[in-house]
Design a binder for this molecule. Sequence first.
Ligand code: FE2
Length: 457
Amino acid sequence: MEKLIQQYTDHAKNGFYSVHLSELSNKGNQAFTTSDIHNHNGVLLARKGVNIDQDVRQQLIKHKLLKPLDNHIGLEHQADTQTLIKEFRRLVDKYPDLQVVNDALNFGPEFEKLLQLERLHPLITQKLTVLEAQMYSEFEKSVFAAWLSTLIAREMGLTLDERRDTLVAALIHDIGLLHLDPDIICSNRKLSAEEWRTVRAHVVVGKIIADAVPGIYPAVSRAVIEHHEDCFGAGYPLALNEDQLGIPGKIINMTDSIHSIRVKSFRNSQRTLGDIKPYLQLNPTTNGYEVYRATMAIIKKSGLQPVRLKPDGCPQDYAKNLGKQIDILREAKQALDDIHENLLELRDRIDRHDVKQLSAIAAITHRIRSTLHESGLLSNEIAEWLHEERELSDVDEQVMGEFNEIELLIKELTWQIRNTVRMFHSYKDSNTSHDTMMLEHIETSIQSIQAIFDRLS
Ligand SMILES: [Fe+2]
């Protein structure tokens, strides 16, 4: 941890933050200096009272700063509680299923009250202002995370202090992104292993920034650095296990996953939070069973039901197509078994740094194999049921619901396997000193998984 903190301290002081600040004026919000800014040798870089324009930004970006840049910055307009409440109401308007959850659990007014009670430090509201202007989707995600994570925290019976820490951590969990190269962070292209390392650094940068906020509770910065860890030791930056993780970080990891499914995966469909259950059932222990139980309870209490999507073709073709996808998953599982065995063997033969990374990937392959097994998707019963001859009249609402659920399970498992493949490539690209023969063997299995999945599209 100490090494990581040292490595990213200068990023947290400025990194690319001045780039964002200089762009704020184009959006009608001028950033300016509130005190003289010096580099680490005491040389004056910018005087108090100047606007952060292109020239100042160039000057700042070239030097290591004595103190964090955000300490010297004022903004013409800064976000406050009302900004967050406004964004929350906009979010609920945009996704009416959130309103259903609020109504059923009587949470909307309580959440707004929590926001009002929490006096966010100006350093935090400064970061949220910049996040809203420069990375709006991340800002929206932070408000979603603040809402859902405090609801989960309430459902888990956490104390008021723990709920407050969860709220603040959820709001700021991704602010580290503002200090990293926007060409990488905001890119839609395929990233290299080195670039992925940059993206992953946002948790460390976020923790350093949070630690520097006067009066912030240690649980907040802990949650920030832990929000991409998971209970299997398959997360980053430290691949910690369940016992080593705090609750707020686990909750925020859960809300980020749900946000991604609700906002990205369901973007072009009518699906809602009521369709999230299959995902939850596949991942009951990723963020600890208590977080799963509370999240599931919320969805159940909301009364939201899965949306029954009618297939384009006839139900029988739909079922047969699902059957084919399961056959493909079955083949992928065999390749995954092979990779898992090789990873374990490889792990026993290499140095300590690599062991940590490989253990994380092996933890994921292990998790997916058990998830596949526990889902029952690969059972003969499901295969036979899907291949049954059916007339349209035989397919009632319940059967269609089960088809839909199977489809969601397949999608989630497919995503998990593809993600493992990405992790492995990232590991392979970032190392030169390892067992070439074994890696080639794994690469062959990965390629076979990719070839298998190509048939899915
Ligand atoms: Fe994140």
